[in-house]
Write a protein that binds this ligand. Structure first.
Ligand code: 5AD
Length: 340
């Protein structure tokens, strides 16, 4: 099964055949590809959700600006640095600063935060996940020391994109941002939800084709999960099995990629994390946000932020991984060379 050389109809057929879950063969091939590049190491990133204030009104997202039931918060610079300190004490070497598109975090402010983190922990990797910004902004943040940027494309089908987002947001701009981030030398993460409303098999094929073209360093894939205060409150959640299939296919499409076992997947299925590793995933992003704010970063219902999703419980994560024959790696975890 050579996923990289498959045409769109061939990919559609593989997805259809593995719709309920990845076949043993697909799983085996994905795990082999992961092992060729990364062995059985699982990389850990500390996730800091530093603001749930967002100007966007994405139909699926719990922190959309139209949701007046959210208890909004924004961490101070000192609180963000405090999360990094706590993570550093726990042994983390990479931090993901994620937030809504909050105008308060303009270039000056965000550059200052990135700079301060890199000054104190020069060896660590700083990842930003703060949405669509201008080329100049991405450039300034890169100069301030940001190493990586996560911006899920959400769907590679323009028509589908327009059904998930308000008319002010454009598919073209999202894609443009991803290419600009690459050009600026960031390690770039794209990604999409599985089972989002109106998604068809053709959308998933386009996601795979788009990723093949973009060649990102990271790909975040999780099931859509409805959030009760959004327009998609009554839509069904995406399935864990199909999410595992997409993880495996992305691993085979981009064998060198860093692929997280996402919190969303863990939220809909209890043994999902190990299942994700078996399907080719090799990253976990435990939550380092201040515990009193975690429940307010509710992108979807019942989002996990306790147990082994919490940075405080690294031991639990270590044991879980070790039992399944994986080894937690706390280093920066840069993407592998693309040869082999
Ligand atoms: N279900 C699953 N994932 C979601 N995200 C946002 N809302 C939801 C939801 N309801 C994902 C988006 C976004 C990432 C931060 O969280 O893909 O890019």
């Amino acid at each position: 099964m050579d996923v990289r050389s498959m045409s769109a109809p061939e990919l559609a057929e593989v997805i259809a055949l593995n719709r309920s879950e990845p076949s043993d063969e697909l799983r085996r091939l994905a795990a082999e590809a992961r092992e060729r590049y990364y062995g059985r190491k699982i990389y850990i990133r500390g996730l800091i959700e530093f603001t749930n204030i967002c100007k966007n009104n994405c139909l699926y997202c719990g922190i959309r600006c139209g949701n007046s039931a959210v208890n909004r918060y924004r961490l101070t610079d000192g609180e963000i640095l405090g999360c990094v300190d706590k993570g550093a004490e726990l042994g983390f070497n990479t931090f993901v600063l994620q937030g809504g598109e909050d105008a308060c975090f303009d270039d000056d402010k965000l550059c200052g935060i990135v700079y301060a983190i890199k000054e104190k922990y020069p060896e660590c990797a700083v990842t930003l996940s703060v949405g669509e910004r201008s080329y100049e902004s991405y450039k300034a943040l890169r100069s301030a020391g940001a190493d990586r940027y996560l911006l899920r494309h959400e769907t590679a089908d323009k028509e589908h994109y327009s059904r998930l987002h308000p008319s002010e947001m454009s598919f073209e701009n999202r894609i443009k941002c991803l290419y600009e981030l690459k050009e600026l030398g960031y390690q770039v993460g794209a990604g999409f939800m599985v089972g989002s409303p109106y998604q068809t098999e053709e959308c998933l094929v386009k996601d795979l084709m788009f990723l093949k073209q973009l060649e990102p360093d990271m790909v975040g894939i999780g099931p859509f999960i409805p959030q009760s205060q959004t327009p998609f409150a009554d839509k069904p959640a995406g399935a864990a099995g199909l999410t595992l299939t997409m993880l495996a296919l992305v691993r085979l499409m981009l064998p060198y990629v860093l692929l997280p076992a996402t919190t969303a997947l863990g939220t809909i299925s209890s043994d999902a994390r190990i299942a994700a590793f078996e399907a080719g995933a090799n990253v976990v992003m435990p939550n380092l946000s201040p515990p009193q704010h975690r429940a307010d970063y509710a992108l979807y219902n019942n989002k996990l932020c306790t147990g082994s999703e919490a940075a405080e419980n690294l031991r639990e994560l270590n044991e879980q991984a070790a039992r399944a024959g994986y080894e937690i790696d706390m280093s920066r975890g840069d993407a592998a060379e693309r040869k082999m």
